[in-house]
Design a binder for this molecule. Structure first.
Ligand SMILES: [Cu+2]
Length: 571
């Protein structure tokens, strides 16, 4: 039976089922905790029952309909560890008022790139568009339906859910099987976020989508919202790309990528090639590799663009057939730009327009005006635009260190769309010139750090392997945290590549760049330039197991990933 038919049938049965269940409620004994260890419908019914008993009688019936439809959608639910997250203890009235969860379908689709049809993944939301958009104050209540034909697990990048809902493949929260549904329910934070698979290297195959959470202040702005998601695209499989970088076979590369799902620190967990342990020295780039080199700090060669891509996509399209967004003459808009590329960084180029950056990684910053802004892997920029006149305005993303570009057009009615080539003048490497000018609207409260750690970022092109403090995932030593601590991490890049470092489950503030203190942006991903140094601070306020890693996919799967773990979290 298809999901759709089954869903309808389930909805029809809800009423009858609910009343049958309600008549048995007196016999329900086991508590919520018990249900988290079982996955049958019966155990979920019982757990729902223990929640329901907290509610006052007047709202029971309304709750019941919600609970029962939720229950039926759990029939494919396999994730034991996440069962607790299905049943958050909410105030009764709030729970009763909740709408049905939004359906997000992980699937495959056919995309035409450079005139050639190709099969890629997709994450399609309830309105048929990629991703999820939430209204102001709306909970993130999403049923992830896996129709991708393979296992998957989706990470809500930049959001701060309980760790078991974060979508990282810990042993406790494994990927979900094809044909199953995983439920998520947490309070989201507003802004421009995105989602991507954290299983295998599905992210490279476009298992990615926007995650936009509106807030009331933005709605009052009354601006047209334009989401621009960037990708790097290759006709090769990610395994083939990784094999090309490491010199391994595609099968060995696949095994390497799978190591992300090994528990850290377990002896014998790794079948990794053993790079020189503790290697911190700068590697001389190998010019035979597909990446290109440019002159970096001190005249040394810096590496850019490890992977040669076949195309760069802006909302899934190239400049040969770009998206054209209809705008009004004199229109006011909010551009939400997401760099969803796996191994590519861009300069956002507004051409003749002057924009104002007002948020980075979803978090408000004091406005910075300009026409060209760097966007590292996984980062987001919110840019306000006011059109000066009628016409067509390209919004381009130019790949660092090359002349390659992609983009969309904003166009008023009747405007002629000029043809723009997908290559132009060479763009410089990304730098932290914007970062040093950013200041958070809501900085962290000032307080001394309880923990200060230096993490050295190392590695190179040959052998192709990347490390944190000389350790390669999964053979890493977790940084242990206690709830309530202020943590400062000094990221010291001892390699000739830039590393966009991403922390799960927390927003951090950038507090120093290359030794110079700033009250910088609040973010979830920060670029550490070649031989550069960035200090970040965050409050340990979300107990769990949290990955901290480079968001260059190929750096991550060859070792550049570690864990921040709270005391008392069982592993
Ligand atoms: Cu990296």
């Amino acid at each position: 039976m298809t999901f759709e038919k089954d869903h309808k049938r389930r909805r029809r049965q809800i009423g009858a089922f609910a009343s049958r269940w309600w008549s048995r409620r007196g016999s329900i004994g086991p508590a919520l905790r018990l249900a988290t260890r079982r996955t049958t419908d019966e155990s979920v019914i019982e757990a729902q029952g223990s929640c329901v008993r907290r509610l006052n009688h007047s709202i029971r019936e309304r709750y019941l309909v919600t609970a029962m439809s939720k229950l039926y959608s759990r029939r494919y639910f396999l994730g034991v560890a996440l069962a607790s997250s299905v049943l958050p203890i909410l105030p009764g009235a709030a729970r009763a008022a909740l709408p049905l969860p939004k359906r997000l379908v992980a699937e495959t689709r056919v995309l035409e790139v450079n005139g050639r049809p190709t099969k890629v993944f997709g994450l399609i939301g309830p309105d048929g568009r990629p991703g999820i958009r939430l209204g102001a104050g709306e909970r993130f209540r999403v049923d992830l339906v896996n129709k991708a034909g393979t296992r998957t697990l989706v990470h809500w990048h930049g959001q701060l859910p309980p760790w078991a809902q974060d979508g990282f493949p810990w042993p406790q929260t494994p990927p979900i099987a094809n044909g199953t549904v995983q439920a998520y329910d947490y309070v989201p934070i507003p802004g421009t976020y995105w989602m991507h698979s954290h299983h295998d290297m599905q992210e490279q195959s476009l298992m990615t989508a926007p995650l936009i959470v509106h807030d009331a202040a933005e709605l009052r702005e009354d601006r047209q919202e334009i989401v621009l998601m960037l990708h790097d695209f290759t006709f090769r499989t990610p395994d083939e790309v990784l094999a090309g970088l490491t010199g391994a076979s595609a099968a060995a590369a696949q095994a390497m990528a799978q190591r992300v799902e090994d528990d850290p620190g377990r002896k014998g967990a790794s079948n990794a090639p053993q790079p020189r342990t503790g290697r911190m020295a700068v590697d001389v780039p190998d010019m035979a590799m597909p990446g290109m080199a440019m002159s970096g700090p001190g005249g040394m060669q810096m590496d850019l663009n490890d992977v040669h891509y076949d195309a760069f996509l802006a909302n899934d399209r190239t400049l040969a057939d770009p998206e054209i967004v209809r705008v009004e003459r004199g229109g006011r808009m909010r551009l939400r730009i997401i760099n969803g590329a796996s191994s590519s960084q861009f300069w956002v180029d507004l051409g003749e327009l002057v924009g104002r950056v007002v948020a980075t990684d979803g978090h408000p910053v004091h406005q910075v005006a300009g026409s060209r802004f760097p966007i590292a892997m996984a980062q987001r920029l919110d840019i306000l635009l006011d059109l000066p006149r009628a016409g067509a305005f390209p919004i381009l993303a130019r790949l660092e260190g090359t002349g390659r570009q992609t983009g969309i057009f904003l166009a008023t009615a009747g405007a002629r769309i000029p043809r723009i080539a997908d290559s132009a003048q060479t763009a410089p490497p990304l730098d932290n010139s914007l970062e040093t000018r950013l200041a958070a609207v809501e900085p962290l409260p000032r307080r001394p750090a309880d923990i200060v750690r230096t993490i050295a970022l190392g590695g190179g092109m040959k052998p192709y392997a990347w490390s944190m403090n000389g350790e390669y995932w999964p053979q890493v030593t977790p940084l242990m945290l206690r709830q309530g601590q202020r943590v400062e991490i000094d990221l010291v890049n001892r390699s000739m590549m830039a590393h966009p470092m991403h922390l799960h489950g927390h927003a951090f503030q950038v507090i120093a760049i290359d030794g110079r203190p700033i009250q910088g942006a609040v973010r979830d991903t920060v670029l550490v330039t070649p031989m550069g140094r960035v200090r970040i601070a965050f409050d340990a306020d979300n107990p769990g197991r949290w990955p901290f890693h480079c968001h260059n996919l190929y750096h991550m799967v060859t070792g550049m990933l570690t864990e921040f773990r709270y005391q008392g979290i069982a592993t």
